[in-house]
Design a protein around this ligand. Sequence first.
Ligand code: SF4
Length: 378
Amino acid sequence: MVAETAAVDTRNSEWDSWRWQLSNSITTLDALKDHINITPEEEEVFRKVGEKYVFRVTPYYLSLIDKKDPNDPVRLQAIPNIKELDDVFHIDQLASFHRSGVDSENPLWKEGKTEVSCIVHRYPDRVLFHITNLCAIYCRHCSRKVRAGRNAIVSNRDLIDKGIAYIAERPEIRDVLLSGGDPLMMGDNKIEYALSRLRHLPHVQIIRIGTRTPVTMPQRITPEFCQMIKKYHPIWINTHFNHPNEVTPEAKLAIERLLEAGVPVGNQSVLLKGINDSVEVMKELVHKLLMARVRPYYLYHADLVRGAEHFRTSINTGLHIIESLRGHTTGFAVPQYVICTPLGKTPLNPNYLIGSGPGYITLRNYEWRTWKDPDRLD
Ligand code: SF4
């Protein structure tokens, strides 16, 4: 029998302050028990998993959990699970396929490493600029879960300068993605420092920011932040909604502010077992995103990461979802399904070109009606 717990008090006068959300984040089992029901078994799990992976959740994100539902989709993303300690099979199998060069925790990390610790340079014209390893919550499915939140690193000016110097020396870089952790864990001054230095480099055409704060701590998107960021356009933001329950009035307000500041907002979901691996959930999510004027951009096949393998579905599950969206809803509601490997991002698509012959191709549509179309022979 578990005692009833108090709901998260969303009427607190400081609720809308992101600094308050951060300083009142829940990071311990005792604090968590004040808010949601935890069984004695889960307490034990929490302790064991906590020895390996960091835990943190904002009061806001915690308030989205239906505390009576152990399979609540927000809960599954935020609260430690014993399965995080069981995931060993596929990552070890991958290592044995390739014999060498596979990181034992996350095979994606080695690719694109540079001599500057905060810069990953995998594609010639763009770089990933890791500006902090802190996040508002530590998502249980995170592909950087071994590093996120460990030995808190918020880039100091020296590290930012080193990253900028790397970019400045390479005129082929036209696109910089500020990432983390979550770059919006830094204060506006520090973010502005990085943006203004980047904007002095004539070859940097666009700056992208990857942040989950519109989902996990929407209070971070303040009018002041938006005023600041609009000075450095073109800026694009990609965020990370995984479930329709995350598209709340607070999240929509954060998006609205970004859009009003002229920042296009895209979404990158991760396909997660038990959370959004059904057509119904994914369709509701993309429809809610469109209503909030967020473009569903990528659907990532969950990365092969130790501690998060249990979230991985089969590729067929993802293809079935895409197949069930394409033609059945607005075209730009359908994200591009991709898988990341050490060689880069690879698109995965159902096949609509189902045959060909001399001078023709055979296509099928979303209802499996077929059509022969003439094709050039050259
Ligand atoms: S916010 Fe992003 S980087 Fe941070 S833990 Fe979640 S998925 Fe990982």
